[in-house]
Design a protein around this ligand. Structure first.
Ligand code: DGL
Length: 271
């Protein structure tokens, strides 16, 4: 056996279907890797839950993936990353990637060394946790950060209402603070928001850079592979999907959400 390779899968989890935006990005960058995706569809949304509950759910979903012998864990869910990552890193020795730090680093890169304002949008729980604002204040002290919860974007995306005029109005009204006080970079701090990227972009100042955590996480995974913290798979390993409830709806929403990502079968598991 070549010890520089590891055929074990990478575990990736989310409160539901949204993490598929991250999975798709990882699959396109690392086509040889195997992934096990777990969507906690029985308990979605996490974005309205208390920190203690999100932390408990995070450990439970990660535990199931660890039982699948994963070589790394990706918390695709921003809410779980904001509230559960510290506990999860204390719980396991397997490398754990969240979306907060990669997203902040990508936002700072987007400023290209200039001073500027950074905006963050996410669920109620993510914004209340201040995880993005605190991480940015460590990485780039003095940078003004404006955070805003946009909870209504999640159901809009799940229902496939991405091109309706009413969605355009909803986005405009929700993002009014960023229209009144523009930012240079806006972090899309929720799994579902990349689906609305063109709409969000069309409403904000033309120069505003939108940071998508999926792309930022892919870069961080590359760094883990480069530093041998995670060893790559030698050959194409495939993807397995698990949910905690409503597999049929998961597949329907996923097909609407990311038609280009084939999901052949989904197994329901109990946590
Ligand atoms: N996946 C969640 C996130 O990225 C959004 C949906 C939820 O509230 O669970 O924060």
């Amino acid at each position: 056996m070549n010890t520089s390779y590891d055929s074990r899968p990478i575990g990736i989890f989310d409160s539901g279907v949204g993490g598929l935006t991250v999975l798709q990005e990882l699959l396109s960058r690392f086509p040889q890797e195997g992934f096990v995706y777990l969507g906690d569809t029985a308990r979605v949304p996490y974005g309205t839950k208390s920190p203690a509950t999100v932390q408990r759910y995070t450990i439970q979903v990660a535990e199931l993936l660890l039982q699948q012998n994963v070589k790394g864990l990706v918390a695709a869910c921003n809410t779980a990353s904001a509230l559960g990552l510290t506990a999860l890193r204390a719980y396991t020795t397997v490398p754990v990637l969240g979306v907060i730090e990669p997203g902040c680093q990508a936002a700072i890169r987007a400023l290209q060394g200039k001073t500027g304002r950074i905006g963050v949008i996410g669920t109620h729980a993510t914004i209340a946790s201040k995880a993005y604002a605190q991480t940015l204040s460590v990485l780039l002290p003095e940078c003004p950060v404006q955070s805003l919860a946009c909870p209504l974007f999640v159901p809009v995306v799940e229902e496939g209402w991405t091109s309706q005029p009413s969605t355009q109005l909803l986005i405009r009204e929700s993002l009014q603070p960023f229209i009144d006080t523009p930012v240079d970079v806006l972090i899309l701090g929720c799994t579902h928001y990349p689906i609305l990227k063109p709409k969000i972009s069309s409403i904000l100042n033309p120069g505003t850079v939108l940071v998508d955590s999926a792309q930022a996480v892919a870069l961080s995974l590359q760094q883990l592979i480069d530093t041998q913290n995670i060893r790559p798979a030698a050959q194409r390993e495939g993807v397995r999907f698990y949910v905690t409830d409503a597999a049929v709806r998961f597949r329907e929403v996923a097909a609407r959400f990311l038609p280009q990502l084939p999901i052949e079968s989904v197994e329901v598991v109990d946590l």
